[in-house]
Ligand binder design. Structure first.
Ligand SMILES: *Cc1c(COP(=O)(O)O)cnc(C)c1O
Length: 518
Protein backbone atom coordinates (compact mmCIF):
# COMPACT_ATOMS: atom_id res chain seq x y z
CA UNK A 1 0.00 0.00 0.00
CA UNK A 2 1.14 3.47 -0.80
CA UNK A 3 0.64 5.96 2.03
CA UNK A 4 0.87 9.68 1.86
CA UNK A 5 -1.15 10.15 -1.29
CA UNK A 6 -4.47 10.94 0.27
CA UNK A 7 -5.29 14.62 0.66
CA UNK A 8 -7.41 15.56 3.62
CA UNK A 9 -9.98 12.77 3.15
CA UNK A 10 -13.20 13.33 1.27
CA UNK A 11 -11.46 12.46 -1.99
CA UNK A 12 -10.33 15.99 -2.82
CA UNK A 13 -7.46 16.05 -5.30
CA UNK A 14 -6.42 19.65 -4.58
CA UNK A 15 -2.78 20.22 -3.85
CA UNK A 16 -2.20 20.49 -0.10
CA UNK A 17 0.76 22.53 1.04
CA UNK A 18 0.66 20.87 4.47
CA UNK A 19 0.85 17.35 3.03
CA UNK A 20 3.62 18.48 0.69
CA UNK A 21 5.53 19.81 3.71
CA UNK A 22 5.02 16.50 5.58
CA UNK A 23 6.59 14.68 2.62
CA UNK A 24 9.58 16.98 2.53
CA UNK A 25 10.24 16.86 6.26
CA UNK A 26 11.95 14.17 8.29
CA UNK A 27 10.08 15.44 11.37
CA UNK A 28 6.87 17.36 12.06
CA UNK A 29 5.40 18.82 15.23
CA UNK A 30 2.43 20.61 16.71
CA UNK A 31 2.87 23.65 18.97
CA UNK A 32 1.31 22.17 22.14
CA UNK A 33 0.59 18.65 23.40
CA UNK A 34 -3.10 18.96 22.50
CA UNK A 35 -2.26 20.46 19.10
CA UNK A 36 0.01 17.48 18.40
CA UNK A 37 -2.93 15.18 19.14
CA UNK A 38 -5.38 17.23 17.06
CA UNK A 39 -2.88 17.33 14.16
CA UNK A 40 -2.47 13.55 14.22
CA UNK A 41 -6.26 13.28 14.03
CA UNK A 42 -6.60 15.81 11.20
CA UNK A 43 -3.80 14.29 9.12
CA UNK A 44 -4.45 10.64 9.99
CA UNK A 45 -5.29 9.84 6.36
CA UNK A 46 -1.87 10.93 5.16
CA UNK A 47 -0.54 7.89 7.02
CA UNK A 48 -3.50 5.68 6.21
CA UNK A 49 -3.32 2.43 8.17
CA UNK A 50 -1.03 3.78 10.88
CA UNK A 51 -2.58 3.91 14.38
CA UNK A 52 -3.25 7.45 15.60
CA UNK A 53 -0.61 7.42 18.31
CA UNK A 54 2.02 6.34 15.79
CA UNK A 55 1.44 9.16 13.28
CA UNK A 56 4.85 10.86 13.13
CA UNK A 57 3.73 14.28 14.33
CA UNK A 58 5.05 15.17 17.77
CA UNK A 59 4.77 18.40 19.69
CA UNK A 60 6.90 21.14 21.12
CA UNK A 61 4.87 23.61 23.12
CA UNK A 62 5.31 27.29 22.33
CA UNK A 63 6.88 29.68 24.80
CA UNK A 64 7.36 33.44 25.01
CA UNK A 65 10.54 35.46 25.32
CA UNK A 66 10.55 36.03 29.07
CA UNK A 67 12.55 39.25 29.26
CA UNK A 68 10.44 40.83 26.51
CA UNK A 69 7.25 40.21 28.46
CA UNK A 70 8.26 40.36 32.10
CA UNK A 71 7.58 43.77 33.65
CA UNK A 72 10.91 45.39 34.69
CA UNK A 73 9.56 46.18 38.15
CA UNK A 74 8.82 42.49 38.74
CA UNK A 75 12.27 41.56 37.38
CA UNK A 76 13.75 43.95 39.95
CA UNK A 77 11.91 42.12 42.74
CA UNK A 78 13.33 38.80 41.50
CA UNK A 79 16.84 40.32 41.51
CA UNK A 80 16.33 41.52 45.05
CA UNK A 81 15.03 38.28 46.56
CA UNK A 82 16.21 35.50 44.27
CA UNK A 83 19.66 36.65 43.16
CA UNK A 84 20.50 37.00 39.49
CA UNK A 85 20.32 33.22 38.93
CA UNK A 86 16.67 33.49 37.89
CA UNK A 87 17.85 35.14 34.67
CA UNK A 88 18.85 31.67 33.42
CA UNK A 89 15.06 31.27 33.35
CA UNK A 90 14.98 27.62 32.39
CA UNK A 91 16.07 25.95 35.65
CA UNK A 92 12.79 25.10 37.36
CA UNK A 93 14.40 24.60 40.78
CA UNK A 94 15.38 28.27 41.04
CA UNK A 95 11.72 29.20 40.90
CA UNK A 96 10.92 27.66 44.28
CA UNK A 97 12.58 30.80 45.59
CA UNK A 98 9.61 32.85 44.39
CA UNK A 99 8.18 32.20 47.85
CA UNK A 100 10.97 34.34 49.33
CA UNK A 101 9.55 37.40 47.61
CA UNK A 102 7.35 39.06 50.27
CA UNK A 103 3.70 38.97 49.22
CA UNK A 104 3.17 42.59 50.23
CA UNK A 105 5.96 43.83 47.95
CA UNK A 106 4.79 41.80 45.00
CA UNK A 107 1.23 42.98 45.64
CA UNK A 108 2.39 46.61 45.63
CA UNK A 109 4.35 46.21 42.42
CA UNK A 110 1.37 44.53 40.78
CA UNK A 111 -0.88 47.38 41.84
CA UNK A 112 1.55 49.93 40.41
CA UNK A 113 1.54 48.03 37.13
CA UNK A 114 -2.25 48.09 37.16
CA UNK A 115 -2.26 51.86 37.65
CA UNK A 116 0.20 52.38 34.79
CA UNK A 117 -1.98 50.19 32.60
CA UNK A 118 -5.13 52.07 33.54
CA UNK A 119 -3.53 55.45 32.76
CA UNK A 120 -2.43 54.21 29.38
CA UNK A 121 -5.86 52.77 28.63
CA UNK A 122 -7.71 55.91 29.73
CA UNK A 123 -5.53 57.94 27.42
CA UNK A 124 -6.39 55.64 24.54
CA UNK A 125 -10.08 55.65 25.46
CA UNK A 126 -10.25 59.43 25.50
CA UNK A 127 -8.61 59.63 22.08
CA UNK A 128 -11.10 57.02 20.88
CA UNK A 129 -14.11 58.89 22.17
CA UNK A 130 -12.87 62.27 20.88
CA UNK A 131 -12.48 60.77 17.44
CA UNK A 132 -15.93 59.20 17.56
CA UNK A 133 -17.45 62.49 18.79
CA UNK A 134 -15.82 64.52 16.05
CA UNK A 135 -17.20 61.98 13.61
CA UNK A 136 -20.74 62.12 14.93
CA UNK A 137 -20.74 65.64 16.40
CA UNK A 138 -22.93 64.34 19.22
CA UNK A 139 -22.76 65.99 22.64
CA UNK A 140 -19.81 65.82 25.01
CA UNK A 141 -17.67 62.83 25.75
CA UNK A 142 -18.56 60.60 28.69
CA UNK A 143 -15.09 59.86 30.08
CA UNK A 144 -14.79 56.35 31.47
CA UNK A 145 -12.94 55.97 34.72
CA UNK A 146 -11.47 52.57 35.50
CA UNK A 147 -11.01 51.63 39.14
CA UNK A 148 -7.39 50.73 40.10
CA UNK A 149 -8.71 48.91 43.20
CA UNK A 150 -11.16 46.66 41.36
CA UNK A 151 -10.47 43.05 40.39
CA UNK A 152 -9.58 43.48 36.72
CA UNK A 153 -10.05 40.90 33.99
CA UNK A 154 -8.27 41.21 30.64
CA UNK A 155 -9.34 39.71 27.33
CA UNK A 156 -7.10 40.73 24.46
CA UNK A 157 -6.44 38.81 21.28
CA UNK A 158 -7.53 38.44 17.68
CA UNK A 159 -11.31 38.47 17.53
CA UNK A 160 -11.56 35.18 15.64
CA UNK A 161 -15.00 33.73 16.33
CA UNK A 162 -13.68 30.48 17.86
CA UNK A 163 -12.23 32.59 20.69
CA UNK A 164 -15.79 33.45 21.81
CA UNK A 165 -15.08 36.99 23.06
CA UNK A 166 -18.70 37.53 24.03
CA UNK A 167 -19.10 34.30 26.02
CA UNK A 168 -18.95 36.16 29.34
CA UNK A 169 -22.01 38.23 28.29
CA UNK A 170 -24.25 35.20 27.86
CA UNK A 171 -26.13 35.97 31.07
CA UNK A 172 -26.08 39.76 31.31
CA UNK A 173 -28.03 39.95 34.56
CA UNK A 174 -25.70 37.58 36.37
CA UNK A 175 -22.62 39.39 35.03
CA UNK A 176 -24.09 42.76 36.04
CA UNK A 177 -24.34 41.56 39.64
CA UNK A 178 -20.74 40.37 39.61
CA UNK A 179 -19.34 43.59 38.14
CA UNK A 180 -21.45 46.03 40.14
CA UNK A 181 -20.94 44.61 43.62
CA UNK A 182 -20.18 47.70 45.74
CA UNK A 183 -17.73 46.01 48.17
CA UNK A 184 -16.13 43.73 45.62
CA UNK A 185 -16.17 45.47 42.21
CA UNK A 186 -14.97 43.74 39.04
CA UNK A 187 -14.10 45.26 35.65
CA UNK A 188 -13.19 43.80 32.26
CA UNK A 189 -10.85 45.25 29.66
CA UNK A 190 -11.18 44.07 26.07
CA UNK A 191 -8.77 44.74 23.23
CA UNK A 192 -8.18 43.13 19.87
CA UNK A 193 -8.60 43.27 16.14
CA UNK A 194 -10.43 41.08 13.68
CA UNK A 195 -9.18 40.08 10.27
CA UNK A 196 -10.52 42.51 7.58
CA UNK A 197 -12.37 39.62 5.91
CA UNK A 198 -13.72 38.18 9.17
CA UNK A 199 -17.14 39.82 9.38
CA UNK A 200 -18.47 37.71 12.26
CA UNK A 201 -15.28 38.52 14.18
CA UNK A 202 -15.86 42.23 13.58
CA UNK A 203 -19.42 41.85 14.83
CA UNK A 204 -18.03 40.46 18.11
CA UNK A 205 -16.00 43.65 18.51
CA UNK A 206 -19.07 45.78 17.73
CA UNK A 207 -21.07 43.83 20.31
CA UNK A 208 -18.43 44.28 23.04
CA UNK A 209 -18.25 48.01 22.21
CA UNK A 210 -22.04 48.27 22.35
CA UNK A 211 -22.12 46.62 25.79
CA UNK A 212 -19.32 48.92 27.01
CA UNK A 213 -21.58 51.88 26.15
CA UNK A 214 -24.57 50.61 28.19
CA UNK A 215 -25.19 52.61 31.32
CA UNK A 216 -24.95 49.64 33.68
CA UNK A 217 -21.58 48.63 32.24
CA UNK A 218 -20.02 52.11 32.02
CA UNK A 219 -16.52 51.97 33.47
CA UNK A 220 -16.95 48.23 34.03
CA UNK A 221 -16.50 46.97 30.49
CA UNK A 222 -14.19 48.79 28.10
CA UNK A 223 -13.11 48.03 24.55
CA UNK A 224 -9.69 49.45 23.68
CA UNK A 225 -8.71 49.97 20.05
CA UNK A 226 -5.38 49.37 18.38
CA UNK A 227 -4.23 46.21 20.13
CA UNK A 228 -0.50 45.82 19.53
CA UNK A 229 2.54 44.59 21.46
CA UNK A 230 2.82 47.84 23.38
CA UNK A 231 -0.74 47.64 24.68
CA UNK A 232 -0.33 43.89 25.17
CA UNK A 233 2.62 44.53 27.50
CA UNK A 234 0.50 46.83 29.66
CA UNK A 235 -2.39 44.38 29.75
CA UNK A 236 -0.49 41.17 30.51
CA UNK A 237 1.31 42.83 33.41
CA UNK A 238 -1.50 45.05 34.69
CA UNK A 239 -4.62 42.88 34.92
CA UNK A 240 -5.36 40.45 37.75
CA UNK A 241 -6.99 37.78 35.65
CA UNK A 242 -6.28 36.79 32.08
CA UNK A 243 -9.41 35.38 30.49
CA UNK A 244 -9.35 33.07 27.48
CA UNK A 245 -12.46 31.31 26.22
CA UNK A 246 -11.68 29.48 22.97
CA UNK A 247 -13.90 26.71 21.72
CA UNK A 248 -11.91 23.52 22.39
CA UNK A 249 -9.76 22.31 20.68
CA UNK A 250 -9.28 25.19 18.22
CA UNK A 251 -6.52 27.04 20.08
CA UNK A 252 -3.30 25.54 18.77
CA UNK A 253 -1.23 27.01 21.57
CA UNK A 254 -2.04 30.62 22.44
CA UNK A 255 0.76 32.60 24.04
CA UNK A 256 -0.80 35.68 25.60
CA UNK A 257 -1.75 33.64 28.67
CA UNK A 258 1.92 32.71 29.10
CA UNK A 259 2.86 36.41 29.00
CA UNK A 260 0.23 37.11 31.65
CA UNK A 261 1.03 34.11 33.84
CA UNK A 262 4.75 34.94 34.15
CA UNK A 263 3.81 38.40 35.43
CA UNK A 264 1.42 36.92 37.97
CA UNK A 265 -1.70 37.91 36.02
CA UNK A 266 -3.52 34.69 36.75
CA UNK A 267 -4.99 32.60 33.94
CA UNK A 268 -8.69 31.78 33.99
CA UNK A 269 -9.12 29.84 30.77
CA UNK A 270 -10.58 26.96 28.82
CA UNK A 271 -8.31 23.89 28.96
CA UNK A 272 -7.22 24.35 25.37
CA UNK A 273 -3.88 24.93 23.65
CA UNK A 274 -1.00 25.45 26.09
CA UNK A 275 -3.23 25.91 29.19
CA UNK A 276 -4.25 22.26 29.42
CA UNK A 277 -0.52 21.63 30.01
CA UNK A 278 0.10 24.74 32.07
CA UNK A 279 -2.87 24.50 34.43
CA UNK A 280 -1.92 22.85 37.68
CA UNK A 281 -4.93 22.04 39.81
CA UNK A 282 -2.92 20.74 42.74
CA UNK A 283 -0.51 23.67 42.97
CA UNK A 284 -3.38 26.07 42.15
CA UNK A 285 -1.67 28.32 39.61
CA UNK A 286 -4.88 29.63 38.07
CA UNK A 287 -8.37 28.49 37.11
CA UNK A 288 -9.92 26.34 34.40
CA UNK A 289 -13.14 26.94 32.49
CA UNK A 290 -15.01 23.74 31.67
CA UNK A 291 -13.28 20.38 31.56
CA UNK A 292 -11.52 18.27 29.01
CA UNK A 293 -14.69 16.73 27.60
CA UNK A 294 -16.24 18.46 24.64
CA UNK A 295 -19.97 18.22 24.14
CA UNK A 296 -20.07 18.69 20.40
CA UNK A 297 -23.14 20.92 20.65
CA UNK A 298 -21.91 24.51 20.48
CA UNK A 299 -24.95 25.97 22.18
CA UNK A 300 -24.71 23.56 25.12
CA UNK A 301 -20.95 24.03 25.38
CA UNK A 302 -21.37 27.83 25.50
CA UNK A 303 -24.01 27.51 28.20
CA UNK A 304 -21.92 25.20 30.38
CA UNK A 305 -18.69 27.15 29.90
CA UNK A 306 -20.29 30.53 30.64
CA UNK A 307 -21.98 29.13 33.75
CA UNK A 308 -18.62 27.84 34.91
CA UNK A 309 -17.17 31.35 34.45
CA UNK A 310 -19.89 32.95 36.64
CA UNK A 311 -19.74 30.14 39.17
CA UNK A 312 -15.98 30.38 39.67
CA UNK A 313 -15.96 34.18 39.72
CA UNK A 314 -18.73 34.26 42.34
CA UNK A 315 -17.52 31.42 44.55
CA UNK A 316 -13.74 31.42 44.28
CA UNK A 317 -12.03 34.17 42.35
CA UNK A 318 -13.73 37.34 43.60
CA UNK A 319 -13.84 36.22 47.26
CA UNK A 320 -10.17 35.18 47.21
CA UNK A 321 -9.09 38.48 45.67
CA UNK A 322 -10.91 40.52 48.31
CA UNK A 323 -9.86 38.38 51.26
CA UNK A 324 -7.24 40.70 52.83
CA UNK A 325 -4.99 40.41 55.88
CA UNK A 326 -4.57 43.22 58.42
CA UNK A 327 -2.13 44.97 56.04
CA UNK A 328 -4.60 44.88 53.20
CA UNK A 329 -2.71 42.15 51.33
CA UNK A 330 -4.69 39.25 49.81
CA UNK A 331 -2.40 36.45 51.04
CA UNK A 332 -4.33 33.60 49.43
CA UNK A 333 -4.44 35.44 46.14
CA UNK A 334 -0.70 36.11 46.21
CA UNK A 335 -0.09 32.37 46.64
CA UNK A 336 -1.87 31.79 43.31
CA UNK A 337 0.12 34.68 41.77
CA UNK A 338 3.40 33.13 42.94
CA UNK A 339 2.45 29.63 41.74
CA UNK A 340 1.53 31.15 38.40
CA UNK A 341 4.98 32.74 38.06
CA UNK A 342 6.78 29.66 39.36
CA UNK A 343 5.09 27.13 37.09
CA UNK A 344 4.63 29.22 33.96
CA UNK A 345 7.71 31.43 33.64
CA UNK A 346 10.41 28.74 33.15
CA UNK A 347 8.30 26.11 31.39
CA UNK A 348 6.65 28.41 28.84
CA UNK A 349 9.73 30.40 27.91
CA UNK A 350 11.35 30.47 24.48
CA UNK A 351 14.50 29.29 26.33
CA UNK A 352 12.78 25.96 27.08
CA UNK A 353 11.17 25.87 23.63
CA UNK A 354 14.42 26.46 21.72
CA UNK A 355 16.18 23.86 23.87
CA UNK A 356 13.46 21.34 22.92
CA UNK A 357 13.67 22.18 19.21
CA UNK A 358 17.43 21.85 19.41
CA UNK A 359 17.40 18.47 21.17
CA UNK A 360 14.37 16.88 19.57
CA UNK A 361 14.43 18.24 16.02
CA UNK A 362 17.46 20.24 14.92
CA UNK A 363 20.31 18.20 16.38
CA UNK A 364 19.10 14.83 15.03
CA UNK A 365 18.44 16.47 11.65
CA UNK A 366 21.89 18.08 11.69
CA UNK A 367 23.66 14.85 12.60
CA UNK A 368 21.78 12.96 9.92
CA UNK A 369 22.58 15.69 7.38
CA UNK A 370 26.29 15.54 8.19
CA UNK A 371 26.30 11.77 7.91
CA UNK A 372 24.52 11.81 4.56
CA UNK A 373 26.92 14.46 3.24
CA UNK A 374 30.11 12.56 4.11
CA UNK A 375 32.38 11.45 1.23
CA UNK A 376 30.67 13.63 -1.36
CA UNK A 377 27.17 12.52 -0.30
CA UNK A 378 28.04 8.84 -0.58
CA UNK A 379 25.39 7.79 1.98
CA UNK A 380 22.75 10.09 0.47
CA UNK A 381 23.27 8.51 -2.92
CA UNK A 382 23.08 4.97 -1.61
CA UNK A 383 20.01 5.87 0.47
CA UNK A 384 18.33 7.20 -2.69
CA UNK A 385 19.22 4.02 -4.56
CA UNK A 386 17.93 1.89 -1.71
CA UNK A 387 14.66 3.85 -1.64
CA UNK A 388 13.95 3.29 -5.31
CA UNK A 389 14.91 -0.36 -4.98
CA UNK A 390 12.45 -0.68 -2.07
CA UNK A 391 9.70 1.09 -3.98
CA UNK A 392 9.98 -1.13 -7.00
CA UNK A 393 10.15 -4.37 -4.99
CA UNK A 394 7.74 -3.68 -2.14
CA UNK A 395 4.82 -5.33 -3.89
CA UNK A 396 6.55 -8.75 -3.66
CA UNK A 397 6.25 -8.88 0.11
CA UNK A 398 3.62 -11.42 1.18
CA UNK A 399 2.40 -12.54 4.55
CA UNK A 400 2.46 -16.33 4.46
CA UNK A 401 1.03 -17.18 7.88
CA UNK A 402 0.28 -15.75 11.31
CA UNK A 403 0.06 -18.27 14.10
CA UNK A 404 -0.26 -18.52 17.81
CA UNK A 405 2.82 -19.98 19.45
CA UNK A 406 3.59 -21.25 22.93
CA UNK A 407 2.37 -19.72 26.15
CA UNK A 408 5.24 -18.06 27.98
CA UNK A 409 6.35 -19.62 31.27
CA UNK A 410 7.85 -17.67 34.13
CA UNK A 411 11.11 -18.57 35.95
CA UNK A 412 9.30 -21.20 38.04
CA UNK A 413 7.84 -22.83 34.98
CA UNK A 414 4.28 -21.56 35.54
CA UNK A 415 2.20 -20.43 32.60
CA UNK A 416 1.83 -16.65 32.27
CA UNK A 417 -0.86 -14.76 30.40
CA UNK A 418 1.57 -14.00 27.60
CA UNK A 419 2.01 -16.02 24.45
CA UNK A 420 4.07 -15.89 21.33
CA UNK A 421 2.82 -14.92 17.89
CA UNK A 422 4.76 -16.08 14.88
CA UNK A 423 4.47 -14.47 11.49
CA UNK A 424 6.05 -15.84 8.35
CA UNK A 425 6.73 -13.50 5.47
CA UNK A 426 7.88 -13.98 1.93
CA UNK A 427 10.21 -11.04 1.41
CA UNK A 428 10.71 -11.71 -2.31
CA UNK A 429 13.92 -10.04 -3.43
CA UNK A 430 14.18 -7.91 -0.26
CA UNK A 431 16.64 -8.68 2.45
CA UNK A 432 15.51 -9.07 6.09
CA UNK A 433 17.63 -6.07 7.04
CA UNK A 434 15.40 -3.90 4.78
CA UNK A 435 12.25 -4.33 6.86
CA UNK A 436 11.01 -4.10 10.43
CA UNK A 437 7.99 -6.05 11.65
CA UNK A 438 5.85 -4.59 14.41
CA UNK A 439 2.69 -5.66 16.20
CA UNK A 440 0.16 -3.17 17.53
CA UNK A 441 -2.04 -4.73 20.18
CA UNK A 442 -5.43 -3.15 20.72
CA UNK A 443 -9.18 -3.28 20.31
CA UNK A 444 -11.10 -3.20 17.04
CA UNK A 445 -14.42 -1.55 17.81
CA UNK A 446 -17.76 -2.26 16.14
CA UNK A 447 -17.21 0.58 13.66
CA UNK A 448 -14.00 -1.05 12.50
CA UNK A 449 -11.81 1.51 14.19
CA UNK A 450 -8.70 0.17 15.82
CA UNK A 451 -7.64 1.59 19.18
CA UNK A 452 -3.97 0.83 19.52
CA UNK A 453 -2.58 0.10 22.97
CA UNK A 454 1.02 0.07 22.05
CA UNK A 455 3.67 -1.30 19.78
CA UNK A 456 5.48 -4.62 20.22
CA UNK A 457 8.61 -5.13 18.10
CA UNK A 458 9.10 -8.56 16.54
CA UNK A 459 12.31 -10.56 16.56
CA UNK A 460 13.57 -12.39 13.51
CA UNK A 461 13.78 -16.15 14.10
CA UNK A 462 15.44 -17.08 10.84
CA UNK A 463 15.02 -18.01 7.20
CA UNK A 464 12.78 -21.06 7.00
CA UNK A 465 12.76 -21.34 3.23
CA UNK A 466 14.43 -19.34 0.51
CA UNK A 467 13.21 -15.75 0.99
CA UNK A 468 10.72 -16.85 3.72
CA UNK A 469 11.43 -15.44 7.16
CA UNK A 470 9.75 -15.98 10.51
CA UNK A 471 9.40 -13.40 13.25
CA UNK A 472 8.16 -13.74 16.82
CA UNK A 473 6.59 -11.30 19.26
CA UNK A 474 5.16 -11.76 22.74
CA UNK A 475 1.63 -10.50 23.34
CA UNK A 476 -0.72 -10.49 26.34
CA UNK A 477 -3.96 -12.51 26.42
CA UNK A 478 -7.02 -10.38 26.84
CA UNK A 479 -10.71 -11.34 27.01
CA UNK A 480 -11.97 -8.02 25.72
CA UNK A 481 -14.26 -8.09 22.73
CA UNK A 482 -12.39 -6.99 19.62
CA UNK A 483 -8.96 -7.71 21.08
CA UNK A 484 -6.53 -8.19 18.22
CA UNK A 485 -3.30 -7.35 16.48
CA UNK A 486 -2.19 -5.22 13.57
CA UNK A 487 0.99 -6.41 11.90
CA UNK A 488 3.03 -3.74 10.20
CA UNK A 489 5.85 -4.32 7.79
CA UNK A 490 7.78 -1.08 7.25
CA UNK A 491 11.07 -0.25 5.53
CA UNK A 492 14.01 0.19 7.84
CA UNK A 493 17.41 1.73 7.18
CA UNK A 494 19.83 3.50 9.54
CA UNK A 495 19.78 6.69 7.44
CA UNK A 496 16.00 7.17 7.23
CA UNK A 497 14.46 10.30 8.81
CA UNK A 498 11.39 8.35 9.89
CA UNK A 499 10.09 4.90 9.09
CA UNK A 500 7.11 6.20 7.12
CA UNK A 501 9.00 8.50 4.79
CA UNK A 502 8.96 6.13 1.83
CA UNK A 503 5.20 5.91 2.10
CA UNK A 504 5.48 2.13 2.16
CA UNK A 505 3.67 -0.04 4.66
CA UNK A 506 2.07 -3.45 4.61
CA UNK A 507 -0.56 -4.09 7.24
CA UNK A 508 -2.50 -7.19 8.24
CA UNK A 509 -5.04 -7.44 11.02
CA UNK A 510 -5.84 -10.59 12.98
CA UNK A 511 -8.37 -10.83 15.80
CA UNK A 512 -7.04 -12.74 18.82
CA UNK A 513 -9.86 -15.29 18.45
CA UNK A 514 -8.84 -16.06 14.86
CA UNK A 515 -5.30 -17.06 15.76
CA UNK A 516 -4.71 -20.75 15.22
CA UNK A 517 -2.26 -22.79 17.26
CA UNK A 518 1.05 -23.84 15.88
C1 LIG B 1 0.95 37.47 22.28
C2 LIG B 1 0.16 38.27 21.33
C3 LIG B 1 -0.82 37.65 20.52
C4 LIG B 1 -1.12 36.16 20.59
O1 LIG B 1 -1.97 35.91 21.63
P1 LIG B 1 -2.91 34.61 21.67
O2 LIG B 1 -3.12 34.27 23.07
O3 LIG B 1 -2.16 33.52 20.94
O4 LIG B 1 -4.16 34.93 20.96
C5 LIG B 1 -1.55 38.43 19.64
N1 LIG B 1 -1.33 39.76 19.55
C6 LIG B 1 -0.40 40.39 20.30
C7 LIG B 1 -0.21 41.88 20.15
C8 LIG B 1 0.39 39.68 21.21
O5 LIG B 1 1.30 40.30 21.95
Amino acid sequence: MRIGLLPRGGGSDLFSLTIHAFHLSAQSNGVSRLHGHVSRTIWNDVWHGVPLGEIPIGHITNGVHTLTWLAPSIANLFDKYMGSEWRQIIDVNIWDKIHEVPSAELWNVRNELKEVMIKSIQHRLSLQSQRLLSNTKKGKSNEVVLNPKALTLGFARRFATYKRATLIFRDMERLKKILNNKERPVQIIFAGKAHPADNPGQEFIARVYEISQMKEFAGKVVMVEGYDMHLARHLVSGVDIWLNTPRRPYEASGTSGQKAGLNGAVNFSVLDGWWVEGYNEKEKNGWSIGGENDFGYEELQDKLDSEDIYEKLEREIVPLYYDRNEDGVPEGWMQVVKESIKTILPQFSTARMVRDYFNIMYMPAHIRGERLAEDKFEKAKSLADWKSWMKSNWEYIKVVSIEKGEHIRDDLGNLTEYYEIIITIDLGPLSPSDVAIEIFKGVMDKKGEFKSQGLIPMKRLGEIWEGFYSYAGIVPSDDREGWGFFFHIVPTHPDLGNKYELGLIKTTYVAATELGTL
